[in-house]
Design a protein around this ligand. Structure first.
Ligand SMILES: [Zn+2]
Length: 591
């Protein structure tokens, strides 16, 4: 009877409590018949299960690598209508992920599904597929192809080592193992909700669009926003028109320049630091030139600067208009993931003039987006939520300049060397060939080899983990068999590693480096900082809700980003994503 009651409530505005006799049952079925005859718009409009009308648009913004403190830290370079508008909503200042591998796909899918990688399956940007015997990029899919022939990654110029792991050009959300909020929205409204994800990064768009929505992302190969035939058989005309306008070329032969005068910035007198990355043709100091429009790194440089966000913004605004989002009573969903903050952080670190100006420019892009949404849909009809997929660590060189000496880089090639391997050789008669693969943070052992020698996998893992913990910079090496058998102490760190564990995708040993120690080799490109750790700087993100008449509140209560998807679901009276563990946030729900 529950289902009938819910249907009746949403259709009529009358709460049908229970049916004790046949007469009441007849009444309920009559109401259900009424539901079937009503247009879907009427169903959406009469949602009285909450204290607010259903919004016409859910705008979910993800800022890649926006550590929770950064908007407040750089408040002096912000203008009106961007972060300041969000700060007038419901702000959570103490939100942390509870999984260990704080990487892009892991965070984005956690935001989308309201759960941890142990349930949604995205344990890292890349994992080793034992059946295929190779590394897999998280959203690659051999059954699909990109719609544009010239848009696949260019291996000669691609700087993202995770994308390079992909063997095929096809992309889809099929590796995401639980439902997303956007999937539930699609299911609730009979497919009538329009659902889109947009980002420079393919994984930033595919994740939040879910299985039921549509995703577009930026191709550095051809400078266009693209998609795969998982989503479309052919591009909509408005996408062809946007791409034909060649907007990226507007940046040719220009530079990323400071928004304000140097004295307005915290890091205005600290532009040139030798620990920053000197990317070819881009340099370590302002202005950072984009180069000629046909330069092989031109589009890459756009993504390493606020220009990548500006292109994403323009595409998202065009999408909102062309697809007429928020124009009827059925709520639509637009997810925009801004990637520049992540790339700028990798190159220059969060405590740099580049990061400070990037936040100032991101703030202008947000203000532009909110003004556009206000004009087309009305902010009072739009529920906005902004968060991030992970935080950001400080650059060791920056910490050293403050007298903090413990920070540094870790060279994973050291793992192949003695004495750990020597011990294993001595103990089991096996050496380097034991390591089948290493992709941060997981070590994958050669299970067939272990078995063929008649050795016990658990014992090999235990001894290897014990030896790895003797390496300087390694704080913990956790065996997966020990993790499965719960033979480990119940600490926060262990719970985070367990939350990250999926039996078919996780490796045999989880390697945790000390705080502020990380691998900075991006497949040959040496960067200044790398996130991905379980530590607080990488797990800390903002969670800001605004629009839809929300009353201002700032809360320091500890919450998690997994709370976002269940909150959106409850706000709309939609069932929660299938594996959600987050708790709906009462300040947003208003009751
Ligand atoms: Zn990221």
């Amino acid at each position: 009877m529950n289902l009938l009651n819910i249907n009746s409530r949403s259709a009529t505005g009358n709460r049908v409590k229970s049916a004790h006799n046949q007469g009441e049952l007849v009444a309920i079925f009559s109401i259900c018949a009424l539901v079937a005859m009503q247009p879907i718009a009427a169903i959406a409009a009469s949602n009285d299960s909450a204290t607010h009308p259903a919004p016409r648009l859910i705008l979910q913004i993800t800022v890649d690598a926006l550590r929770g403190d950064l908007p407040g830290r750089f408040a002096h370079v912000l203008g009106e209508g961007g972060f300041r508008y969000l700060q007038q909503g419901v702000n959570y200042t103490n939100a942390h992920y509870q999984h260990a591998t704080t990487e892009t796909i892991v965070g984005h899918v956690s935001l989308a599904t309201g759960t941890v990688p142990a349930a949604h399956g995205m344990v890292g940007n890349v994992w080793f597929d034992r059946a295929e015997g190779r590394l897999m990029y998280n959203i690659e899919d051999a059954d699909y192809h990109l719609l544009s022939a010239d848009s696949d990654i260019d291996r000669a110029t691609e700087i993202d080592p995770t994308q390079k792991a992909a063997k095929v050009d096809g992309r889809s959300p099929r590796a995401i193992l639980s439902s997303t909020f956007s999937d539930e929205l699609a299911a609730h409204y009979g497919g009538k909700s329009k659902i889109f994800g947009v980002s420079v990064k393919d994984r930033g768009a595919v994740s939040l669009a879910g299985h039921a929505g549509k995703a577009f992302w930026f191709s550095k190969a051809n400078g266009e926003f693209i998609t795969s035939n998982y989503y479309y058989d052919a591009y909509p005309q408005w996408v062809l028109d946007w791409n034909a306008a060649r907007l990226a070329q507007v940046y040719a032969d220009t530079s990323w320049e400071l928004t304000h005068k140097p004295s307005n910035y915290m890091f205005g007198d600290a532009d040139d630091r030798d620990y920053e990355t000197d990317f070819p043709g881009f340099g370590r100091t302002f202005p950072h030139p984009y180069g000629a429009g046909d330069d092989k790194y031109f589009t890459t440089r756009l993504t390493l600067s606020p220009a990548g966000d500006e292109l994403t913004l323009d595409f998202a605004k065009t999408l909102l208009d062309a697809e007429q989002l928020g124009q009827d009573e059925v709520p639509d969903y637009l997810a925009v993931s801004f990637s520049s903050t992540d790339y700028v952080g990798h190159l220059f670190g969060p405590s740099s003039l580049e990061s400070e100006d990037n936040i100032a420019r991101l703030d202008r892009s947000l203000a532009d987006l909110f003004a556009h949404v206000d004009k087309r849909v009305g902010l009072e009809n739009t529920l906005i939520v902004l968060s991030a997929d992970h935080g950001q660590p400080e650059v060791p060189g920056y910490l050293h300049s403050l007298g903090i000496q413990s920070a540094g880089y870790f060279n994973p090639k050291e793992l192949d060397k003695a004495p750990a391997i020597a011990v294993l050789k001595q103990r089991f008669g096996l050496g380097e060939e034991l390591i089948e693969n290493f992709f941060q943070p997981y070590l994958y052992l050669n299970r067939e080899l272990i078995q063929s020698k008649g050795l016990d996998q658990a014992e090999v893992e235990r001894v290897f983990a014990e030896e790895l913990e003797k390496f300087p910079g390694v704080v913990k090496a956790v065996s997966s068999i020990a993790l499965r058998s719960a033979a480990l102490p119940d600490t926060e760190l262990m719970r985070k590693i367990l939350n990250n564990f999926h039996p078919r995708r996780s490796g045999d040993i989880y390697l945790v480096l000390e705080p502020y120690v990380y691998i900075n080799d991006f497949d040959g490109l040496i960067v200044a900082s790398t996130h991905g750790a379980p530590w607080r700087y990488d797990s800390f993100v903002p969670v800001m809700f605004a629009g839809a008449g929300l009353q201002p509140a700032t809360l320091s209560r500890a919450i998690t980003p997994y709370d976002i998807a269940p909150t959106l679901a409850n706000y709309l009276g939609v069932k929660q994503p299938s594996a959600a563990i987050g708790k709906p946030l009462v300040e947003v729900l208003g009751n």
